[in-house]
Design a protein around this ligand. Sequence first.
Ligand SMILES: NC(=O)C1=CN([C@@H]2O[C@H](COP(=O)(O)OP(=O)(O)OC[C@H]3O[C@@H](n4cnc5c(N)ncnc54)[C@H](OP(=O)(O)O)[C@@H]3O)[C@@H](O)[C@H]2O)C=CC1
Ligand SMILES: O=C(O)C1=N[C@H](C(=O)O)C[C@H](O)C1
Length: 250
Amino acid sequence: MTALRVAVIGAKGRMGAEACRAVEAADGLELVAQVDQGDALEALVAAGTQVVVDFTHPGVVMGNLEFCVRNGINAVVGTSGFTPDRLDAIRGWLAEQPSVGVLIAPNFGIGAVLMMQFAAKAARFYESVEIVELHHPNKVDAPSGTARRTAELVAEARAAADLPAMPDATTDDPDGARGAKVDGIPVHAVRLRGLVAHQEVLLGDAGEMLTIRHDSFDRTSFMPGVILGVRKVGSVPGLTLGLEHFLDLG
Ligand SMILES: NC(=O)C1=CN([C@@H]2O[C@H](COP(=O)(O)OP(=O)(O)OC[C@H]3O[C@@H](n4cnc5c(N)ncnc54)[C@H](OP(=O)(O)O)[C@@H]3O)[C@@H](O)[C@H]2O)C=CC1
Ligand SMILES: O=C(O)C1=N[C@H](C(=O)O)C[C@H](O)C1
């Protein structure tokens, strides 16, 4: 069997370096290129790359993706920062390259995917929901991509259940202490040395609270999801948002 030819963009970063190690250790995958800041993307084509893994920066990921799609290279993307407008732009490029697959995964941790699914499932039973995401202090963006996606899924579930807006008597919040509102859901971001990637979803109603929490203590926790994405993305043309679509969740 010929090995699947994989390249990593952002290869010198925290996640990219881990992804290079995971690809090198995986059966049936060959790491054919490692690209980082200052390197030309043409190296991907020269190396005969079939699947790219992108862990770079929200400011550069769109350029990387456009290059990959236009050159017929499938992409597994962990980089954060995907807005609905960005997703539409990717769909536009893919319309011209219908055999290419792109997976955008806000979080590759299997437990984090389950946390998001459980939160969406629970949302319609609770009057209020808030999200607390906690990360290492070198993270470049806030709120996290995971928190944004969780808020979107929870807001969709609340809307489908016709729930009213959450009660919140605060009228004076000049410093934003009530958090950022993502699709109407308050999201609070903590940055602390010692943390990696963590999130709690708090769901409250009269006399009770359900807490759904996930912790990534080490970046190896993301790698089974990355490798699953690499193996599957070429057989799923078009745009896939969320690793849950590549998992059998029953
Ligand atoms: N989906 C998931 O499960 C996860 C997603 N992430 C996301 O992944 C992204 C990266 O995180 P992390 O690894 O911690 O960040 P790092 O800053 O450690 O790594 C990013 C790397 O990309 C490089 N880079 C920047 N611009 C370019 C470019 N134009 N071309 C090639 N490489 C470039 C950086 O170089 P330089 O330092 O010189 O700028 C750096 O080496 C973030 O958006 C983060 O939120 C993180 C963890 C899990
Ligand atoms: O920057 C990180 O570290 C992480 N980024 C992703 C995000 O923004 O959700 C995934 C995970 O939380 C780690």
